[in-house]
Design a protein around this ligand. Structure first.
Ligand code: ADP
Ligand code: MG
Length: 613
């Protein structure tokens, strides 16, 4: 007795319908979905001419009996959804019962499948939307192989819409890579015109899987961060801040194992990390979100590339927590002399040795271009590709993976020392810290100014003994009039002294004496340059407000070349130790470096080193 039933039309109408076959990559997506739903532990994908000539997906899943094999190509034939209730908590990747029928409508399909216990395997062949023949096969292992050839042979216009075989192959690689990341327990292989583009053997470690897909150089830098709110769990692998890039092509969001669009994720990363990074840069993040299947609805788009969360805010807040943790992570402090070894602890090191990282340079190149495609909204109608599901125990091994240690900027270090009148040295538990005094103080000032600006609606002022007078151009006068409320909030009290002169009565507290004029004029210029809307009074600053506060912090901060007393240095470190972003200056550059004692030992070629912790 088979498992597949034809859905009633009323049930079918509840499901997001639409074109699922956009090109070879979407055929691969649907076939791999089916293999995963069938419980496959190994999936081999092979394409010819970018999939335009043929696509073959072979799995070792449960297979189908003869009756199911005949039915599966029918429209609305599915073994996954039987009633509208099932739609409330979709745990499978497929659920429309439409994919194979839709593929059959535009290509030639051959299915060879065997279910354990059956005498023989079944071979079904169809084309032009119809089954042409059903026969017996000699397949001796459970599983299914689906071969799709001559895609769009009957729709020349669609065929023309497809890109070159090379581009289509890149898209397929992107799809298979995403599946591989979402399903480390499954072996994936992708071969294109006889050449292996990806081989990822099953593993228990997500990090190892990332290594297989993106290479060791990328994977070994990643910091693993976790966050949890209620039933939402986030595990994020992020590149450290000092490895930020202009194009974060590997960024990926997997919700219960489905790879979905990353627009919202990129937005969250930007709002949390933006001020810690140079302009236009971003970190790369592979983010796994898990939550109860009933709290997420994948039934939004026919290709399941988007999901809807029942509690959207909570999900993004949890992702933001993880990103926030990156700011405070030790990995945000660049290590002197190369790669951070701290992240890779015992168990993980063991995984490095047998790495099956077979991503060839060719597939790397393909992948990076494929990701450009994924980033290009026009290429997929504004969507990223790919769905899938969470193996129940996906996170079981996360616990053992390395955690980002918090930055321990010692509030009260054993000793402090200034060098070159510019840097402060002090010991941490396991490293020597080298802190840029200006960057550090600027960061402290910025956080202080920002807190007052946002929460107390204004910076503390200091009044000038003698108000300063400024001659301004008519244009500058107009600016000042417009800016008065903002200037007051920033600690500058200004009054008109004549038709083109103003008095400056106060500056922000702790602003050093001589350069008030420059700072004031700089604020006018910033205001004019960046005519963003004024802040909305919320905690989020506009880019312009941020820049102005940064400018003030910079002016208020200790300069390099300034000799500091021990008391000054200790005060600064104490203030810094309470700040998450301590390791970055306000312009997104590193504000400190770390020299681990282990690194010193390694440089001196000592086989072991022990130090007092
Ligand atoms: P859906 O996945 O939405 O149910 P499909 O048209 O993709 O619809 O597949 C129809 C049915 O065919 C599935 O529900 C499943 O029972 C069966 N099927 C398809 N591919 C496989 C496979 N690789 N292994 C086992 N069963 C499969
Ligand atoms: Mg399906």
């Amino acid at each position: 007795m088979g498992k597949i039933r034809i859905m009633s039309e009323s049930l079918a109408n509840l499901i997001a319908a639409g074109e699922v076959v956009e090109g070879p990559y979407s055929v691969v997506r649907e076939l791999v979905d089916n293999s995963l739903d069938a419980g496959a532990t190994a999936i081999n994908v092979s394409i010819e001419e970018g999939g335009l000539r043929s696509i073959r997906v072979a799995d070792d899943g449960v297979g189908m009996d003869r009756k199911d094999a005949e039915l599966c190509l029918e429209r609305y034939a599915t073994s996954k959804i039987y009633s509208p209730d099932d739609l409330r908590a979709i745990a499978t990747r497929g659920f429309r019962g439409e994919a194979l029928a839709a593929i059959l409508a535009v290509s030639d399909v051959k299915i060879d499948t065997w279910r354990e216990g059956d005498d023989v395997s079944t071979i079904v062949h169809g084309a032009r939307g119809k089954i042409l023949s059903v026969g017996m096969g000699a397949r001796g292992v459970t599983g299914t192989t689906v071969t799709v050839s001559q895609l769009f042979y009957n729709i020349p216009a669609r065929r023309k819409d497809c890109a070159s075989p090379f581009t289509e192959a890149r898209r397929v690689l992107q799809v298979v890579s995403a599946y591989a990341l979402a399903h480390p327990h499954v072996t994936f292989k992708l071969v294109s015109d006889g050449q292996e583009l990806l081989y990822a053997s099953r593993t228990k470690s997500v990090l190892e899987r990332i290594r297989q897909v993106h290479g060791a150089e990328f994977a070994d830098d990643l910091v693993c961060l976790e966050a949890e709110r209620d039933t939402v769990r986030v595990i994020a692998y992020m590149t450290p801040l000092h490895k930020a890039v202009r194009r974060n092509q590997r960024t990926m969001l997997l919700v219960n194992g489905r790879s979905v669009t990353t627009y919202a994720l990129r937005g969250v990363l930007k709002s949390v990390l933006g001020s810690a990074l140079p302009d236009g840069h971003s970190i790369e993040a592979i983010v796994f979100v898990t939550l109860p299947v009933s709290d997420v609805d994948p039934n939004v788009k026919p290709d399941k590339s988007e999901v809807r969360f029942r509690n959207n805010n909570q999900v993004w807040a949890t992702v933001a927590d993880a990103a926030q943790a990156l700011l405070a992570s030790k990995a945000s402090v660049p290590v002197i002399g190369g790669k951070e070894s701290l992240q890779r602890t015992g168990r993980d090191d063991a995984l490095v040795a047998p790495a099956v990282a077979t991503t060839s340079s060719r597939s790397d190149a393909l992948l990076s271009q494929a990701q450009e495609f994924a980033d290009d909204p026009s290429a997929t109608g504004g969507r990223t590709l790919l769905p899938s599901s969470v193996p129940g125990d996906l996170f079981s091994e996360f616990r053992e993976e390395p955690q980002a240690a918090r930055v321990a900027i010692p509030a009260n270090p054993e000793w402090v020392q200034q060098i070159a009148d510019t840097f402060i040295l002090c010991p941490d538990r396991d490293s020597l810290l080298i802190i840029d005094q200006h960057s550090a103080h600027e960061r402290v000032k910025y956080e202080e100014f920002k807190a007052r600006y946002v929460r107390e609606r204004g910076l503390e002022r200091q009044y000038l003994v003698i108000p300063q007078i400024f001659k301004l151009s008519p244009r500058e006068m107009l600016l000042v009039r417009e800016m008065i409320p903002l200037l007051e909030r920033l600690g500058f009290e200004v009054t008109a002294a004549g038709s083109n002169e103003v008095w400056l009565h106060s500056t922000p507290f702790s602003m050093s004496g001589k350069r008030h004029g420059d700072t004031f004029l700089e604020l006018l210029a910033l205001y004019e340059e960046d005519d963003a809307r004024a802040g909305d009074g919320s905690e989020r600053l506009t880019a312009r407000e941020e820049k102005m506060l940064q400018t003030l912090a910079c002016k208020a901060a200790i300069k390099s070349g300034q000799r500091l007393s021990e008391i000054d240095m200790r005060k600064l470190l104490e203030a810094l130790s309470g700040i998450d972003l301590a390791a970055r200056d306000v312009h997104g550059r590193p504000g400190m470096l770390r020299l681990p004692y282990s690194r010193i030992g390694a440089l001196m070629e000592r086989s072991s080193i022990s130090w007092r912790l």
